[in-house]
Design a protein around this ligand. Structure first.
Ligand SMILES: [Fe+2]
Length: 193
């Protein structure tokens, strides 16, 4: 964690994120995500041979909340587990704080839903920005053939709830259909938690 009190510029190559000056790096492998995918037989089959990396996250957190902004870059690697594309775990914010996603490279989707039952799935492409209001759970999905990389900006005061998604999932699934078509379907296993 760090504190920014002076203006600064940060230049980085989204394809060389190992050089990003992160204060924290998170790696999510399939073994960390097995509960999140629908096709448990495929998960077991893949894990018996390897433990692929699904995504990495490099972040710089501000330590003097509530002022300032934290930010980070996520790279979701291309691929799927059964018909479900590689994706992040997804979470709710448990304290007020919106978030901004700006796509740097590749293509993907942003799945969101609120506890009131509103469900949204947005496109994420280079040049697009997505705004995530506090009340919406959010997950990103790589629907392309290349790495999907985006910048996230959020207030450092927010806390995260991953448990609700782990228990109840998202109402929508982003899957690979016939001829590699990207489809958004209803998640039959979704439960309101
Ligand atoms: Fe978030």
């Amino acid at each position: 964690m760090t504190t920014f009190t002076l203006p600064f510029q940060l230049d980085f190559d989204p394809h060389a994120l190992g050089e990003f000056p992160a204060s924290k790096t998170i790696i999510r492998r399939l073994s960390d995500m097995s509960a999140y995918y629908q096709d448990k037989a495929k998960v077991a089959e893949l894990l018996s041979a390897e433990d692929p990396t699904i995504y990495r996250f490099w972040e710089i957190e501000q330590e003097n909340a509530p002022r300032g902004l934290s930010f980070g870059v996520t790279c979701i690697y291309a691929g799927s587990i059964g018909s479900e594309f590689h994706m992040t775990k997804g979470h709710f914010h448990t304290s007020p704080g919106d978030e901004l996603y700006i796509t740097l490279s590749g293509r993907g989707k942003l799945a969101m839903f609120s506890r009131e039952g509103d469900v949204k799935t947005l496109d994420m492409l280079p040049g697009s920005m997505c705004y995530i209001p506090t009340a919406y759970a959010h997950r990103t999905i790589n629907t392309g053939a290349d790495e999907f990389i985006f910048l996230a900006v959020w207030p450092p005061s927010i806390a995260h709830d991953y448990e609700t998604i782990l228990k109840g999932g998202f109402p929508q699934l982003v899957v690979k259909g016939e001829q590699e078509a990207v489809q958004i379907i209803e998640n039959p296993g979704h439960q309101r938690v």
